[in-house]
Design a binder for this molecule. Structure first.
Ligand code: NAD
Length: 449
């Protein structure tokens, strides 16, 4: 599970050798820790539309120093570049070139966040060209960022201001260490829904969150991160993983439910557990997942069916139970569901027809379920991890593993915490403006880019 090359490249000798040979030079990423500010240092705000003025107000309210131009010799921690008023491709140049002029002033693990308006809402070809252009330039810039820096975008729905809770929260998430392994991605904020949490350090205070596949790996990291953010956590895993499940939930004072999520009564069992032990259920994280890799020529029905059953069909069946009328006493208003997809579900992957079908299925069911959740004041979103350092990826043969690890803009694998941070973001009240979306946590993997 350890990235030996990454550790070597970070040493003095390693830096010299990898630099001389033009090899990848991954750096340790800035990750969120309790008490950390959104960013260390000042943030340059660019653009002349309403979003730039809003960005200045928001950043100042978070205690950050706002700059209007790069200053000679001064280090910048981030750039917020607003293109919300772009109405033709020719409108992009001035702000883009200003970003370019600031890049050399950026420190390690810096952030560029572009703010634009949904291209699909534009009927005018020139307006749409400008808005779509922002996505192209953001993705390219993400590939040019250095020393652990990232570039991402916020895509506002028509008429949604940057001060809407979902947009402001998205800006804080993308600037902070919570998005360490998110790069080249876009967070759509389509409505003004959502609410800014009373306590920024504990945005999930008072909430009850269910996490499936909680005994190890990414699931265990999600349990710890949701508990850190204030939630009471219910960990679910197969009976065979009972001991490690108990250890993980005991660490955070949560409760454990030994359950195979493919059982027909799984949704009802989870609701019953939440009703009896916690009195409510606010967040569900469908994290449990399996791989049964085989080239299609060697695939058998058992491998195909089990992957679809665990990774996709179980989510559909449980969601149906959670959205049924007789669950309302537990789920109340505002249920948040987060599914774990994968970039294999976007790009495909040799030997993974079953897994890719199951994870593309998660992206599809998430988008299609958004209206039903919205009708209940809730949201459903998915997180698609790229290469994450876990027991699952430690089993990949070395050469393939190294390709997966390096073939992304940050030149390293992500950590389970990186996926957990994105899940925690979607679970929070602040993320209420985003529904039916899939966010990649992949370091801008070149797969499916
Ligand atoms: P993991 O294999 O380490 O852990 C998965 C957990 O799910 C295990 O504890 C397992 O017991 C549990 N589980 C499996 N089947 C279950 C069932 N029927 N009922 C209840 N629990 C069950 O996996 P991980 O690497 O931590 O991955 C977590 C999720 O993230 C999965 O959905 C996976 O597909 C996805 N993902 C992982 C990566 C990666 O790089 N590790 C990349 C993309 C997506």
């Amino acid at each position: 599970m350890t990235d030996r090359y990454g550790a070597f490249a970070a040493s003095a000798l390693g830096r010299r050798l990898t630099g001389a040979l033009g090899l990848p030079q991954p750096v340790e990423l800035r990750r969120h820790a309790p008490g950390e500010p959104v960013l260390h240092g000042s943030v340059l705000v660019l653009g002349a539309g309403p979003a730039a003025a809003d960005a200045r107000t928001l950043l100042a309210s978070w205690g950050l120093e706002v700059a209007d131009a790069p200053r000679e010799g001064a280090r910048l921690a981030g750039v917020v570049a607003c293109f919300d008023d772009a109405a033709a491709p020719g409108d992009l140049g001035e702000t883009v070139l200003q970003i370019g002029g600031a890049l050399r002033s950026l420190g390690a693990s810096s952030r560029v966040v572009t703010v634009s308006v949904d291209p699909e809402a534009a009927a005018e070809p020139a307006v749409r060209a400008a808005r779509q252009g922002v996505q192209g330039l953001t993705r390219s810039l993400a590939q040019e960022m250095r020393r652990g820096g990232t570039a991402n975008g916020i895509v506002l729905g028509e008429g949604v201001p940057l001060t809407a809770p979902g947009a402001a929260g998205a800006l804080a998430f993308l600037l902070s260490g919570r998005s360490a392994y998110v790069s080249g991605q876009f967070l759509p904020v389509t409505t003004r829904d959502g609410a800014t949490p009373a306590d920024a350090a504990r945005p999930l205070a008072g909430k009850v969150a269910v996490v499936t596949g909680a005994a190890r790996g990414i699931g265990a990291a999600i349990v710890r991160t949701l508990a850190r953010d204030g939630a009471a956590v219910v960990g679910v895993d197969v009976p065979a993983a009972g001991e490690s499940l108990a250890a993980v939930v005991n660490e955070v004072g949560g409760t454990a439910l030994a359950l195979d999520i493919t059982a027909p009564e799984a949704g009802a069992r989870i609701l019953e557990h939440c009703r009896a032990r916690h009195g409510r259920m606010d967040v569900v994280v469908h994290n449990a997942g399996i791989t049964r890799d085989r080239m299609l020529a060697n695939m058998d029905a058992a491998r195909w069916d089990s992957v679809i059953a665990v990774n996709t069909a179980s989510q559909l069946a449980m969601n149906e139970a959670f959205l049924a009328d007789d669950a309302r006493d537990v789920t109340g208003e505002g249920l948040r569901i987060i599914g774990l997809a994968s970039i294999s579900g976007i790009a495909g992957n040799r030997g993974q027809t079953n897994y890719a079908a199951s994870k593309a299925g998660v992206i599809g069911l998430t988008a299609a379920s958004a209206p039903a959740l919205a009708a209940r004041g809730g949201t459903i979103n998915a997180v698609a991890p790229g290469f994450i350092e876990t027991e699952m990826t430690a089993k990949i043969p070395l050469a393939t593993r190294e390709v997966g690890r390096r073939l992304n803009s940050l030149q390293q694998g992500g950590l389970p915490q990186d996926v957990a941070e994105a899940v925690a973001w979607f679970a929070s009240d602040a993320a209420g403006g985003t529904n039916g979306a899939t966010l990649r946590v992949c370091g801008q993997s070149k797969l499916g880019a």
